[in-house]
Design a protein around this ligand. Sequence first.
Ligand SMILES: CC(C)(COP(=O)(O)OP(=O)(O)OC[C@H]1O[C@@H](n2cnc3c(N)ncnc32)[C@H](O)[C@@H]1OP(=O)(O)O)[C@@H](O)C(=O)NCCC(=O)NCCS
Length: 244
Amino acid sequence: MSRSLVNRLAKSVSGHVTAARGRDPATGGVSTVEILATWPGVHAVLVYRLARRLHLAGVPLLPLVISYLGRSLTGIEIHPGAKIGAGFFIDHGSGVVVGETAEIGDNVTIYQGVTLGGTGFQAGKRHPTVEDNVTIGSGAKLLGPITVGHGAKIGANSVVVEDVPPRSTVVGNPGHPVKVEGRRVEGPDADWIHLPDPLQDAVKSLSGRIKELEKQVADLSGTADPGNEETDPKPRKGRSSAGG
Ligand SMILES: CC(C)(COP(=O)(O)OP(=O)(O)OC[C@H]1O[C@@H](n2cnc3c(N)ncnc32)[C@H](O)[C@@H]1OP(=O)(O)O)[C@@H](O)C(=O)NCCC(=O)NCCS
């Protein structure tokens, strides 16, 4: 084995251990040897790197066999065709699936049970593109050739089938942004409690017109104006799910 290959291998291994140390508090007080021996997320990514290298070199069969062995060992399935940047970290890991045409940027973190999958049987680019510094919570399903913008956070158990804006937080099923650029999303699209009520709006408008007519009748006939009464039949109250 050439010296440069050994150096590159050592750099790759050390990069993955550093990623684990930076993002998994459980690594505190744990030696590098222990991480290398017992962290399935680290094993899975190292196995993927080997399978990917062979895949790019055009070696038949072996990349998929190595991938299969990695999956048997860790419960994490990463197709050798997927493109993954530096500093990728999978915490815990079991049940993770990364599909063949998925693309993952640098310093991405994913937890157990995450799927970067397709939506059906179509060919071509069919898996998500995840940009740099994204975190994807446990159990989240990201489906189709969507793009998750850099720095985004995907909440645990979300089901995401549309593009995610950069630096946003997306939660729920279907996944929807609750924060963009660190600020809570306002407005009817994000507020799932205070939904628009066209009937109430019509009643309010009619009520205003009746009041105006009553005032005109009172002025003409010289009788007393019935005065102001509560015209909002259903005042809005309660917490906004968007924090607004
Ligand atoms: C989404 C997450 C990253 C937090 O991101 P954040 O930008 O700090 O967002 P906040 O905590 O301010 O939450 C924003 C809103 O989304 C809601 N929310 C947060 N996570 C949610 C989730 N997974 N599902 C549904 N709603 C969620 C919050 O209750 C809050 O609602 P509100 O505006 O009505 O109060 C975090 O909640 C999460 O799910 N992390 C995954 C962690 C994980 O998988 N751990 C596994 C360890 S083994």
